[in-house]
Design a binder for this molecule. Structure first.
Ligand code: ATP
Ligand code: MG
Length: 566
């Protein structure tokens, strides 16, 4: 028998007004509908209805993790400093870590993610290759002192994560564990009713499938991603690659210098010459570990310094300053060109061999035209460094890409031997020799998934849950006086016996109008109204999502709902 929850006794107070600080729909609605309550910045209390939804998400995650052979464990959130020093993350995490000290003066942290502790657990428990492979997971509270804890449970400082870790002795084993997770994640998000895309998190250069993010498209998301309207390509904007076919460098006229006074910017140059900015080549000067380097991109494009930094990491990338020009007469600010330039030259793939450009002539007030890549200058290294724009070609099919916003709901990652190396995690192999273990780590933001679902499914009237995660299957509204409430409770009981999870609005002294508004706000998928017709055995069923209404005999309503939840 499924549970019947009476609103008259439930800890639930709905609000008519949005919380003052709320920017996103999920934040507003989860607070207003009484699912969560703010405790402090980025720290939330899950109230009864919210706890039900969170538990439903966890149940689906558990079922699918168990199905791929994952074993559930629960590690502490309060962790000693030393393992995080060994991995280097005590420093790397910086201000993101919540650090604390015990009465004896020992340093601790509240776990932001648990690679270190899982590695140590396996080191302790597994000694032979026969003990592997193993997939361990937990659903646990994580702590990160986020700089901008906003958007309610979308980005908390305390939040729930499912994190799992795979341990294998071979690269093939790791690839298999990764594939199992990838498929489990797809089943999880499908069952939850989340619309999602799996995108590669790093550029192809770094090995493509080694890390993927699962993104839930939503305007409130903090991630941007590109989506191909024609094929199934989707990628993190940082990971988009550009493919440009090379052309013949000899098919152009000779290089020609142009007198272009007062044109230190692309705009002034393009205006004076009457050419589009895209015909010009912009050369940005940066310092890579202190060494001045030029970065060439088409004049109508912006360099994404973050992307450049990621490509060149661990080297440090900085912009040049006026002092850097002072002792270099060959560097003419605003008139730099790659031809005859004595600097390392990085370029966007659009600066392909055989393309001709208008660019600086390395002399004041002078530019040059027909400066041809592969004839007049060479590119030292091609990197995708421009900011992606809508309409850029899909690297797979060439169609114009769309750019959207999304919420990162999951991340799967082939770690390899990084942590095993740091902690000396070996097992005895078949030949009796130690074998270094290889690992994967895989996360799902389970509390964030609740908010992501709210973002994707809500409408103007409130929340609108898919049945799998909804706090109940049916919201029975007693729309009248005592008699209807009695009927509603009786009906709720029958539904419960039939295996239907019921929330019944049996509150006395609350008007039908308020009850209907609350039912819409709370977002249970089916609303069953026990109104005037109930005396004659007729009730009204309303689909929360489509708004479709239907009057039907009580008996039929019970049978219909029981069938729907089976
Ligand atoms: P983000 O880029 O959003 O800060 P992340 O890449 O740092 O996330 P991971 O370390 O990959 O996060 O953690 C795994 C998952 O945990 C993420 O995919 C996300 O769903 C969830 N998550 C991460 N940070 C938070 C947070 N502050 N609040 C809620 N969920 C979070
Ligand atoms: Mg991530």
């Amino acid at each position: 028998m499924a549970h019947v929850q009476r609103m008259s006794t439930t800890l639930l107070k709905t609000l008519r007004d949005d919380p003052a600080d709320a920017e996103t729909a999920s934040h507003k609605l989860l607070v207003r509908a009484g699912y969560v309550r703010r405790s402090s910045a980025g720290v939330w209390t899950w109230l009864p209805l919210g706890k039900k939804v969170l538990d439903n998400v966890c149940r689906v995650v558990r079922e699918e993790m168990d199905a791929i052979g994952g074993q559930e464990v629960l590690l502490p959130a309060l962790l000693p400093k030393e393992p995080y020093e060994t991995s280097g993350r005590w420093e790397e995490y910086g201000d993101l870590l919540f650090r604390l000290r015990d009465r004896k003066g020992a340093d601790y942290l509240l776990g932001p993610t648990h690679e270190e502790i899982f590695t140590l657990t396996v080191k302790d428990q597994c000694t032979s290759y026969k003990d592997l492979p193993v997939i361990l997971y937990q659903i646990q509270t994580k702590y990160r002192d986020e700089a901008r804890p906003r958007s309610g449970v979308l980005r908390g400082r305390e939040f729930q994560m499912k994190d799992s870790y795979s341990f294998d002795t071979t690269d093939e084993g790791l690839a298999e564990a990764y594939r199992l997770h990838r498929e489990a994640y797809m089943r999880i998000f499908e069952r939850l009713g989340l619309e999602y895309r799996a995108v590669s998190a790093v550029s192809g250069a770094m090995g493509g499938s080694a890390s993927e993010e699962f993104l839930a498209p939503a305007a409130a998301g903090e991630d941007t991603f590109v989506d191909c309207p024609r094929c199934d390509y989707a990628a993190n904007t940082e990971a988009v690659t550009t493919v440009v076919a090379p052309a013949d460098p000899l098919a152009h006229g000779p290089l020609e210098e142009l007198d272009t006074p007062d044109t230190p910017t692309i705009e002034t140059l393009a205006a004076q010459l009457g050419v589009p900015a895209s015909a010009t080549l912009k050369n940005l000067l940066v310092k890579v570990d202190g060494k001045i380097t030029a970065v060439g991109v088409p004049g109508d494009r912006e360099v994404d310094l973050g992307k450049l930094g990621e490509h060149l990491a661990p080297a440090v990338v900085e912009l040049v300053t006026a002092e850097d020009f002072a002792d270099r007469p060959g560097l003419v600010r605003g008139y730099v060109g790659p031809q005859g330039l004595d600097l390392p030259y990085i370029a966007d793939p659009r600066v392909a061999p055989g393309t001709a450009w208008i660019t600086g002539a390395n002399k004041p007030d002078t530019h040059a035209r027909n400066v041809v890549c592969g004839r007049d200058f060479e590119v030292g290294r091609y990197l995708d460094v421009v900011v992606v724009e809508p309409g850029d070609p899909c690297p797979r099919c060439g169609a114009g890409l769309e750019i959207g916003r999304a919420i990162e709901i999951g991340h799967i990652f082939q770690l390899g031997r990084k942590y095993a190396d740091a902690f000396g995690l070996d097992v005895l192999g078949p030949q009796g020799k130690p074998v270094r273990v290889t690992m994967g780590s895989y996360g799902i933001g389970v509390s964030r998934a609740v908010a992501a679902l709210a973002e994707q499914t809500h409408d103007g009237a409130g929340l609108c849950w898919p049945r799998e995660v909804a706090p109940a299957d049916v919201h029975v509204v007693a729309a009248g006086k005592a008699q209807q409430t009695e009927l509603a409770l009786e009906l709720a009981g029958r539904l419960g016996e039939a295996g239907v999870r019921v929330l019944v609005d049996d509150r006395a002294g609350v008007s039908p109008g308020v009850k209907f508004t609350d039912a819409e706000l709370i977002g249970v998928p089916t609303i069953l109204v026990v109104g005037r017709g109930a005396a004659d055995g007729v009730v009204e069923l309303k689909d929360r999502r489509t708004g479709e209404r239907e009057e039907l005999p009580v008996q039929e309503a019970v049978a219909r709902l029981a069938a729907a939840v089976r």
